[in-house]
Design a protein around this ligand. Structure first.
Ligand code: ATP
Length: 367
């Protein structure tokens, strides 16, 4: 087990500045997920920790030891890759045992560790098979087994589930989370899939263009994004962004949409940078989950009614996604499965202004 400290890490590939001063502390036993769009630098950061990339400047410390000059094999880490990298001619048992044999462990110790890992992953019955006789999910379990038997102080996962179909991915995700609870080793996991990041992480580190945009507990990032980028990256379907104006008249504040509708903000709602009497261009962020079908009953404080039309209806079974226009912008609302029946029918939505996000369109900062 180990903590990880990264100080002012820069990485250049020729003229490409891939990591631009990363400072990050990961606690012993923590499950941290690096997430972000393609090319943001998450794999480069993971590979730098592993020692598979030379860094240009900065410092990486694992378990209190600076590892900048250490070869990957001397860093006491175990890595699981997207392509399982199993030896095709070796049985499952020998694949899992390979690293231990290379390190000259005694055979009884190897057997004991392989059996324990296989039992943990539910692959005991497969130990004599060759990789080609396994399904994708079973191969991924073998790759994880190979990492477990090393009993390394740090586990690194590089998009380990992206080759699996959706159902298997869900299942393996739970297994990896359970594994972390069981062995409590520090884990760092790279993915571009925000659902994977949300469900697995103790802490998400969201990268953008070689920098950390925001880090924190999954729900923290989802509910309190610091930028429009973070608000847009997390959440499915994505947050709706509507060009609007924030109007302040003394203690009264409202969002005025491009088509003129006035959405009053709850009095208790704090807004940074809003002057006493001012008008300011903003982007209004409304998550699909914060739009509901308005009923006849009085709405709770902070909820506003708005009449629109259900243009497109997409049932998922549990919830139904409805596309409609608000303020001249197409938005998605996540409604109850039976809330809307007919395409092009009038739809009265309740907008939860307690939870809307106001974004400065120039700086991208959440107000
Ligand atoms: P993806 O999800 O697509 O794998 P990523 O976030 O993992 O993306 P990286 O692979 O870390 O991104 O790449 C970060 C940046 O560094 C990108 O601009 C990429 O083009 C560049 N890069 C990565 N590896 C190399 C390399 N070997 N040579 C030159 N540029 C590279």
């Amino acid at each position: 087990m180990a903590d990880v400290r990264i100080k002012n890490l820069h990485k250049y590939f020729g003229s490409v500045h891939a990591l631009k001063g990363i400072d990050l502390s990961i606690n012993d036993g923590e499950f941290v997920v690096f997430v972000g769009p393609s090319g943001c630098g998450k794999s480069t950061l993971l590979r730098s920790i592993a020692g598979l990339e030379d860094i240009s400047s900065g410092e990486i410390e694992i378990g209190g030891r600076v590892v900048n000059e250490l070869r990957p094999r001397d860093r006491d880490i175990a890595m699981v890759f997207q392509n399982y990298a199993l030896y095709p001619h070796l049985s499952v048992h020998d694949n899992i045992a390979f690293g231990l044999r290379a390190r000259k462990f005694a055979e009884p110790e190897i057997k004991q560790r392989v059996d324990a890992a296989a039992a943990m992953l539910g692959i005991t019955a497969l130990l004599e098979r060759l990789p080609r006789q396994l399904s994708g999910g079973q191969r991924q379990r073998v790759a994880i087994g190979r990492a477990i038997v090393r009993q390394a102080q740090l586990f690194l996962f590089d998009e380990p589930l992206s080759n699996l179909d959706a159902q298997l991915r869900d299942q393996m995700r739970s297994e990896i989370k359970r594994l972390h609870k069981q062995i409590s080793t520090t884990m760092i996991y790279v993915t571009h899939d925000q659902v994977e990041a949300m469900t697995l992480a103790d802490r998400i580190v969201l990268l953008r263009d070689g920098r950390i945009e925001q880090q924190g507990a999954p729900l923290d990032l989802f509910e309190r994004p610091l930028t429009g980028f973070v608000a847009g990256f997390l959440g499915s379907p994505s947050i709706n962004i509507l060009p609007a104006k924030l109007v302040t008249r003394g203690a009264y504040r409202a969002v005025v949409l491009a088509t003129g509708e006035v959405l009053a903000l709850p009095a208790a709602r704090r807004v940074a940078e809003s002057g006493a009497d001012a008008e300011k261009a903003i982007n209004l962020g409304l998550r699909p989950q914060h739009l509901a079908r308005a009923t006849q009953d009085a709405l709770a404080p902070g909820l506003l009614r708005l009449l629109t039309t259900a243009e497109l209806i997409q049932p998922t079974g549990t919830r139904t996604y409805v596309t409609a226009q608000i303020g001249g912008t197409e938005v998605t609302a996540e409604l109850g499965a039976h809330d809307v029946q007919a395409q092009n029918a009038p739809l009265e939505l309740a907008i939860d202004m307690n939870r809307c996000i106001l974004i400065d369109p120039i700086t991208d900062k959440v107000l």
